[in-house]
Design a protein around this ligand. Sequence first.
Ligand SMILES: *Cc1c(COP(=O)(O)O)cnc(C)c1O
Ligand SMILES: [Zn+2]
Length: 500
Amino acid sequence: MNIEQFPKAIRPYLIPEPKGEMVYRCLGCQQEMDANQLHYTCPDCGSVFLLYNKNHAELISLSGSHWRMLFDYRKMLNHQALKGIFRYYEFIAPVIPLDDIIYLGEGHTPLVKSNSRLKEMIGIEFYFKNDGLNPSASFKDRGMACALSYINHLARKNNSAKILAICASTGDTSASAALYASYLGDFIKSAVILPRGKVTPQQLSQPLGSGAKVLEIPGVFDDCMKVVESLAEKYQVALLNSKNSWRILGQESFAFEISQDFDYQVENKAVIVPIGNAGNITAIMSGFLKFFEAGIINSLPKIIGVQSEHADPVYHYYKEKSPDKRKFVPVTVRPSVAQAAMIGNPVSMPRVIELVNRYNQKARKEKVFVIQVTEQEIMDCMIIANRNGNIACTQGGESMAGLKKAVELGYVKQDEVGVLNSTAHIIKFASFQEMYFNNSFGSDFEVHPREDLKNAPKLIASSKIKKYPEQGHPLEGDEMKHFIKETATAIAKELKLDER
Ligand SMILES: *Cc1c(COP(=O)(O)O)cnc(C)c1O
Ligand SMILES: [Zn+2]
């Protein structure tokens, strides 16, 4: 819609100017550092940061209804920089000029209501929010759009000649980083560090296709992360893991979208999210808190974090009900179908601890829960979800298994509505589906396919056909007619078709 067609009162706000000041705040010693350059961890105490907007008071001085109206009108605005996650510009990173923002189609992923079969199976109504429909097919694009926009801004401001962006990855961070870096092309190159054999073939093909330098090392993600941290400490590189707090800001858009998707009524919602490095659950809690503090939503939804029993350090931390006795202990991961979340020592744990506290305090009751599910439950749920019209990855299956358990445990009640983060597209995780259908999981996965859920292609080849068409050698005349008739007959028999 053309700008003149918007109501006069909203026009001055539609296309924002950069404003305010952002600071890194250390979660260990609370010190603040200005955000005019990239920092990852506190130079004094080594803890992680969250970014804060010093202009926050001004943002919340405007009414909730002002913001709701602005975001609803922005849906109709055709402005490249504001089409994606930056529809919520003022609540993400309002220091980045619109000209520096990179938009590759991220955000505003569909919210799909589960069909009645799934609803019956889980026990309550729920939706999948399909973040696999982002450009690199996972939610990581939300954070990357923000981080690379900021890096683009810094580079343009400082006339930087060359930047090397690096990350460790369970597959999707590297796909996303490589994609966004490739768009900026000339001055930014990306290098991604992957645990060999621990990302799927599709995830490996993505950074290769985007032209990134792909480095594999033996070990698991936690090992790669340590190497990358050491590189970022010693060398001139831009770290794109979620230690980079700009990524967290972008990922908050998931919470903003859910708010808007439900017309800002999130009272009875329970948002289910798989936890790996814990950047995503951090961002989702932070996002809802921001909207709540600004009066855009009037209550905080429940947040249910889910972990596989093969990689569950956050679950164990919160299993201890008395906060004084809680102690974070990293775990050694075992093979998990939720491979993108197969992390034993999540970098964002200090952020989780801080935000869970704040979230529960603001909500005035316990609203964040962490649940553990089995590998079997994850796989069964993914397959079942996709047999009912969804495009859930293994982590999406983990969300669904988590909701099922949350309902059983009474964390989520009958009159509540689940919103499941399906964090990536199933096609990235097709190899796990294949292992399920072929019953070829290694024993350490502890997954046994259900017979009724298996599927496999069947070759139709009738013994009555002497000659088949081949590439470059089509059949002709009677041979072709014979081939068609016999093959059609064999298929009709296989499908038990009635004649008409
Ligand atoms: C990264 C990732 C996760 C885990 O998210 P964290 O922010 O690391 O907790 C889950 N699912 C998919 C598909 C991912 O790529
Ligand atoms: Zn510190």
